[in-house]
Design a protein around this ligand. Structure first.
Ligand code: HEM
Length: 221
């Protein structure tokens, strides 16, 4: 496993999302353009995107299941992960049905019938919810995250975002950017290490305290 990723799920999710959403958009385009060359081309591309998207979704479900059973989590993140998983399986079922409808539609020169269009549009909406919940797993609940930045006094001049709200300042940033202290909470690699030498193995990272981040190992299925 590449050191900074917890599992392969974050690597494959983007293929499923992009291919399936592109398939839906191309089916709509192909239907709107009708039997013109652009409509035919869009329909062929839509079918390929759908087929590849369903393959990618299969890998996404498998890696998601592995993630679900291995990432450290607590009760709130467990609840979000479970909702995410339910939406994911529902979404996959809709796109599987869309694949069946596309197969039935295969002799159509361009565009999609109402059943296929409804399925890819409903599937896209459901995919958006699934992706949103997946993002929450990571960015709201901190699942699979190796370290979180420490809250200290770092703020960029003129900052008004969450960093400012949490009290991060760059005190010595007179010219715009200066980091007097820019250590991650739990450095996992030593980028200063000379080439060809093995940096000392880091201890498993301790998480910084954040109200929403899972504290690890505290929850069992
Ligand atoms: C259509 C299927 C799915 C999609 C589109 C999807 C999408 C996502 C996305 C976008 C993320 C955030 C990735 C990141 O920004 O790093 C994520 C994370 C996550 N998802 Fe999914 N997911 C799917 C299926 C599943 C399934 C079936 C499960 C559980 C059985 C699952 C469990 C997780 C977990 C635990 C995370 C946290 C990060 C990790 O450990 O990999 N996902 N998902």
């Amino acid at each position: 496993m590449i050191e900074i990723i917890p599992n392969w799920h974050p690597v494959v999710v983007h293929f499923a999302i992009a291919l399936l959403l592109t398939a839906a958009a191309l089916f709509v385009l192909g239907t709107a353009a009708g039997e013109r060359p652009a409509g035919r081309a869009a329909t062929v591309a839509a079918r390929w995107n759908l087929a590849l998207g369903v393959l990618a979704a299969t890998a996404t479900l498998a890696t998601g299941w592995q993630a679900y059973n291995t990432v450290a989590h607590d009760a709130p993140s467990h609840a979000n992960m479970t909702t995410h998983m339910q939406w994911a399986f529902g979404t996959a079922a809709v796109f599987l049905a869309a694949t069946g409808a596309a197969w039935l539609d295969r002799r159509r020169a361009a565009g999609a019938g109402w059943l296929l269009l409804s399925l890819v549009l409903a599937g896209s909406a459901s995919l958006a919810v699934t992706g949103w919940l997946g993002g929450e797993n990571v960015y709201r609940f901190g699942l699979g995250v190796r370290s979180l930045p420490k809250s200290d006094s770092h703020i960029h001049p003129g900052a008004d975002g969450p960093a400012a709200a949490e009290g991060h300042v760059h005190p010595d940033a007179g010219d715009g950017h200066g980091h007097s202290r820019a250590e991650p909470a739990t450095p996992s690699t030593n980028s200063e290490a000379p080439q060809g030498t093995n940096p000392p193995k880091a201890e498993p990272p301790a998480r910084t305290e954040r109200p929403t981040s899972p504290q690890g190992q505290s929850h069992s299925h």
